[in-house]
Design a protein around this ligand. Structure first.
Ligand code: FEO
Ligand code: CA
Ligand code: CA
Length: 628
């Protein structure tokens, strides 16, 4: 081993790519912001509409901005729109071959299971670039596939053959691919030894409290420790030790039963598993997905999977200690005492927000395996006063038999302790410049109208203030004493999205929403290294009625100190903007475009009559400057 092989990812990264001392994306106001108390109070009940003016207007900063770009107007173009002085290019698209044995994407057939299995997966979501041995390794979730697009070669947009089903299955999972920049252009490095497809059939190790539990045992795996594959990975996380976390979200939609009268258990119903799948047909080619024949198989999904992109032969690990739910992303924080804290949302209407705290501490170079196997799991309770608390999930507090059951039936455990039902917790991100954490609550048509899948009531209030919430909001909290392991926190809303052009009630949004920056359904959120908050949307792109003026899905940038929000990017038609990472030198920002043309109205990125394809986009400044 060379000296550099012994360094942690961060140390190696720092060695080969020293952080720039100055950043022109972040040109002013560091002093003013560091002096300011970010939280001046909490929301007084009934005054949410005036949140912006109470909270975010700071005379010291109000006349200046930290944004080094001009706002982009909302639009409905089938293209990427960026501020002047910024350019984009395509790095990788669904169906692009990772190895030279593959073939380039066929717009007529949209490929076969063979071509797909050696190609970039579909519908990209969370992603991360890792610097390793002087190379850039891009790791991307391939969350799902649009059936009408991948099977658009069939008259009714449904699978016809077993190979059609297997093609769809192979388009799921995770793609690891080396990328390189030559003459300013990024592209995939075909045949790189680091290239890898992780699919719903890749062997995985189950670790943590639930490993080996009876509920995880199947005929194929009587040990309950070896699951096959990962699918529907939404957001992601990244550890200080250089591994990638893929987060299994809507895993339920792939199970069905040949016996359509089969009734699933109440425990599986809580996760939406039923005898009918969402049209993927996996049970037709693989009995594992027939829930009548393999009722424990769904208990082996819904976890966070740790992947080491530096070792293509490594076995991914399902980390059951982080709980089983519809994981959105995993925001990993090193607490002041070295403990690893992971914040995680469960994206379903009326589900919960979670925190994991490791028992051990992180030390660069020391073993890290236990850090995501051995710890405590908590769920959030928000009080209307602006205070909140983390409730530990234990056999005593939940009434479940042991920690293994808590890690398998995590939603049931969280309901038992009276956690706060949320408006679909999407990504969580921690400010690198302050001990504060943000979570996007995307929308919730059931708020105040219907209970969640566990029967918990969902009254409007606290961080979920609007009945039938159409627009979404971003909640943030500060752990007591700046300690991420504290069980108490103070919270407020950073923004309540809305439409001030047509509403003058709570649906106008908070005062930091204007006709110039309005949006709906915040989903992906991530801080850059300077403490600016990027907000990506996955919402209503009709540009009509309640959403008139919102245009296509987009990415905006927020300033946590002032509440200022400015639109930075607009995506092509019918897409979602999701996934965000940077090159080690921070001169390229990578953004994901998912499901362009999901309703048949896009030909992005190739134009003409091309099949629309999810793609990773590289964004640079024309002057070569830093982009976050
Ligand atoms: Fe895959 Fe919650 O979005
Ligand atoms: Ca999402
Ligand atoms: Ca989404």
């Amino acid at each position: 081993m060379s000296k550099t092989d012994e360094l942690s990812f961060d140390e190696y990264d720092e060695l080969v790519n020293p952080k720039p001392e100055e950043n022109d994306f972040d040109r002013v106001l560091e002093t003013a912001i560091s002096r300011r108390e970010l939280f001046k109070g909490v929301i007084a009940l009934g005054s949410i509409a005036t949140l912006g003016s109470q909270f975010f207007s700071d005379p010291a900063v109000a006349s200046q901005t930290r944004f080094a770009f001009d706002k982009v107007d909302a639009n409905t173009l089938d293209d990427i729109t960026l501020p002047q002085g910024y350019s984009s290019q395509i790095v990788a698209r669904w169906g692009d071959p990772l190895w030279s044995e593959g073939s380039s994407f066929d717009h007529d057939t949209r490929g076969t299971s063979d071509t797909q299995s050696v190609a970039f997966g579909d519908n990209i979501d969370g992603m991360e670039v890792y610097a390793h041995q002087g190379k850039n390794l891009l790791v991307v979730n391939n969350e799902y596939t649009n059936r009408k697009i991948i099977w658009g070669n069939r008259p009714d947009g449904r699978f016809e053959t077993d190979d059609d089903v297997m093609k769809g299955k192979a388009a799921h999972g995770v793609t690891v691919v080396e990328i390189a920049q030559q003459n300013g252009e990024w592209s995939m490095v075909q045949d790189s030894p680091f290239n890898r497809r992780i699919t719903p059939d890749t062997e995985m190790q189950i670790t943590g409290p639930a490993a080996g539990h009876d509920l995880l045992k199947t005929a194929d795996d009587p040990t309950g420790t070896k699951a096959l594959g990962t699918w529907n990975n939404c957001g992601n996380g990244s550890t200080p030790w250089g591994t990638y976390l893929a987060c299994e979200e809507n895993f339920n939609g792939y199970f069905s039963a040949e016996d359509e009268d089969h009734i699933v258990s109440d425990e599986l119903k809580r996760y939406g598993v039923s005898s009918k799948d969402w049209g993927y047909g996996w049970a037709k080619v693989d009995n594992r997905f027939d829930v009548a024949k393999n009722p424990n198989e769904p208990n082996r999904a819904g976890y966070i999977v740790e992947i080491d992109p530096r070792d293509p032969a490594s076995t991914p690990k399902k980390r059951t200690a982080l709980g089983r739910f519809k994981h959105e992303n995993a925001e990993v924080v090193i607490n002041n005492d070295g403990k690893i804290v992971v914040y995680m949302g469960d994206d379903e209407r009326g589900e919960f927000l979670y925190r994991y705290v490791s028992n051990g501490v992180y030390a660069p170079g020391a073993a890290t395996d236990e850090l995501l196997e051995d710890g405590k799991l908590y769920v959030a309770k928000f009080h209307d006063t602006g205070a909140g608390e983390w409730l530990e999930l234990t056999p005593e507090s939940t009434g479940l038999a042991d920690n293994a059951e808590i890690c398998i039936h995590t939603r049931i455990a969280a309901s038992a302790v009276g956690a706060t039902t949320m408006d679909r917790p999407e990504w969580v991100t921690a400010n690198p410049r302050a001990p504060e954490v943000y979570c996007a609550l995307t929308n919730n048509k059931n708020r105040g109208i219907k209970p969640n899948a566990g029967g918990d009531l969902t009254p409007a209030g606290g961080p979920n203030p609007r009945e039938g919430n159409k627009y979404g909001q971003i909640v943030r909290w500060r752990p007591d004493n700046g300690d991420h392991t504290s069980n108490g926190f103070a919270w407020d809303l950073f923004v309540l999205a809305g439409n001030p052009a047509i509403h003058d009630d709570l649906n106008a949004g908070s005062d930091n929403i204007t006709a110039d920056n309005m949006f709906n359904s915040p989903d992906g959120i991530k801080f850059d290294s300077n403490g600016l908050l990027y907000i990506q949307t996955d919402g209503n792109y009709s540009n009509e009625e309640d959403f008139d003026g919102h245009g296509n899905n987009q990415m905006l940038v927020g300033n946590p100190a002032t509440g200022e929000i400015r639109r930075f990017l607009v995506g092509p038609n019918e897409c979602e903007v999701t996934g965000l990472t940077w090159s080690a030198d921070r001169r390229t920002m990578f953004v994901g475009i998912q499901h362009p043309g999901e309703r048949g109205n896009s030909h992005w990125p190739e134009g003409g009559n091309a099949v629309p394809r999810s793609a990773v986009v590289a964004i640079t400044r024309d002057d070569g400057g830093i982009v976050g």
